[in-house]
Design a binder for this molecule. Structure first.
Ligand code: FE
Ligand code: FE
Ligand code: ZN
Length: 277
């Protein structure tokens, strides 16, 4: 069975996310630990975690993905911004131990005017300072679309960060279909070529999750505007092929599509499930 879900609001707690996921036909979900724009996270409620584990076991939810605040910038040229990113990352990874063995996704950051090499070094240093050997979470770096000075727009940049990580078995990659398309990988016509490139640069065994989004803009636009499945430039057939590809179909898939209600996500999940009998 395909593992598919969407981004859910964490404001109601872990158990509520499990209920929401089950209600829309999802068997996984993504969430922010804190307000996506940064700030303090709500304290963990052990009763909520216990209820979550029970619901997850009943609903077949084995995998969850936590997304770091997207404003964190471990590659900033400002030491105060870097310190804030490290503190948030450490705190998030400690909280992740309430749900052991799960996935944590972060954006590799913006290098600003320092250049990509320096950005890569700073991001790797932040991850090395945050990851603890006794922790059980796998940290994923997300492929980015190439807005501004984003790092991780091509696979070599992600490989360069990963090669600098001390705890090699704790890092992987989350591939965002909208982002790689916007970055210039034509996944509608040349999916295999992109996967070969990924394998050559990073190694396919590092690929641990997929953000399944259509894109409002053409390939190579560097815009990062998500569209609902089939309502963008990648198209539904190409997105279905991604979920069915032998190298990808066993990974967890997460919709980050513009839906105002959970019903919208339920429709998209049903659309993909129909292709995975
Ligand atoms: Fe993201
Ligand atoms: Fe994403
Ligand atoms: Zn995006």
């Amino acid at each position: 069975m395909i593992t598919i879900g969407c981004h859910l609001s964490s404001s109601g707690g872990y158990a509520q996310m499990a209920r929401d996921a089950i209600a829309i036909g999802a068997n996984t979900f993504q969430f922010f630990t804190r307000n996506p724009r940064g700030g303090a996270a709500k304290p963990i409620d052990p009763a909520d975690i216990a209820a979550f584990h029970e619901l997850a076991a009943e609903g077949g939810i084995e995998r969850i993905l936590c997304h770091a605040s997207y404003t964190l910038n471990p590659a900033s040229d400002d030491p105060a911004v870097r310190d804030f990113a490290l503190a948030a990352l450490r705190d998030d990874l400690q909280r992740m131990e309430y749900t052991p063995g799960q996935l944590y996704n972060m954006h590799p950051g913006m290098h600003k005017k320092q250049g990509v090499e320096r950005g890569i070094e700073l991001t790797a240093a932040c991850i090395n300072a945050a990851l603890e050997p006794q922790q059980s979470t796998t940290l994923l770096l997300e492929t980015l679309a190439g807005k501004g000075s984003e790092i991780g727009t091509n696979f070599l940049e992600l490989a360069a960060i990963i090669s600098r990580i001390e705890l090699q078995d704790r890092v992987g990659v989350c591939l965002d279909s909208c982002h790689v398309w916007d970055a210039g990988y034509d996944i509608a016509n040349e999916l295999d070529r992109m996967l070969e490139d990924f394998d050559r640069c990073i190694g396919l065994s590092r690929l641990r999750a997929i953000h399944l989004n259509d894109s409002m803009n053409p390939c190579g636009s560097h815009k990062d505007r998500h569209a609902r499945l089939g309502e963008g430039c990648i198209g539904l057939d190409a997105l279905i092929r991604i979920t069915q590809h032998p190298a990808l179909r066993d990974l967890p898939f997460y919709l980050e599509t513009p839906n105002k209600t959970l019903d919208g996500f339920a429709q998209e999940i049903a659309l993909i499930r129909k292709e995975h009998p």
